[in-house]
Write a protein that binds this ligand. Structure first.
Ligand code: IMP
Ligand code: MG
Length: 183
């Protein structure tokens, strides 16, 4: 698994420190208000697990399964919301959590969907941001790291379903993509 990586962009130590900082900023923003975190499956699962353990405010957790990538590194179609929320977010403070803000289409469509349910507020927190790829001007309220336009894996992010368990973030060797038909 590690041998498939070209370079490591973010180490485990750097990620841990930044997630702690994000937790403090989010705590400060909401003070003691209760929030509903909506985490976007599958990619945001690792980030969310770490983030919530760095939050002191009361929170509830809900998940949405969203799919925008097939087995490729390019968006195949418009994002699809594949599940529904278990909680009623009307009048609640909602925090959307995703692994990476790329074109912005996923978070924009989830933001629209959640806003239509009349929450008290909707904010968003992403682990990574690729601002160069944005198609719609969507801005996250909190972002862990801004990265260049490179496909990355690890810390929840996958390529064709793999590499999510890596505790750091890196890019893949070109041979991984070229040999994909062999695996
Ligand atoms: P967006 O709708 O283009 O903003 O895409 C967001 C989704 O695309 C993320 O939640 C990821 O699942 C996926 N994605 C975008 N860039 C990468 C990447 O570099 N590695 C892995 N997944 C990515
Ligand atoms: Mg995703």
């Amino acid at each position: 698994m590690k041998e498939d990586l070209n370079k490591i962009l973010l180490t485990q130590e750097i990620i841990d420190k930044r997630v702690q900082e994000l937790g403090s900023k989010i705590d400060l923003h909401y003070r003691d208000k209760e929030i509903v975190i909506i985490t976007l499956l599958d990619g945001a699962i690792v980030f969310t697990a770490d983030l919530i353990r760095n939050l002191a405010i009361p929170l509830r957790l809900d998940c949405l399964r969203v799919s925008s990538y097939g087995n490729s590194t390019d968006p195949e179609t418009a994002p699809r919301i594949l599940s529904s929320l278990k909680s009623d977010v009307k009048g609640k403070h909602v925090l959307l959590v995703d692994d990476i803000l790329d074109t912005g289409n996923t978070l924009q469509s989830v933001h629209n969907e959640v806003s239509s349910k009349l929450p008290a507020s909707v904010h968003s927190c992403v682990f990574l941001d690729k601002p160069d790829r944005r198609e719609n001007g969507f801005k996250a309220d909190w972002s862990g790291f801004s990265i260049p336009d490179e496909f990355v894996v690890g810390y929840g992010l996958d390529y064709a379903g793999k590499y999510r368990q890596l505790p750091y973030v890196g890019t893949l060797k070109p041979s991984v993509y070229n040999n994909d038909h062999l695996t």
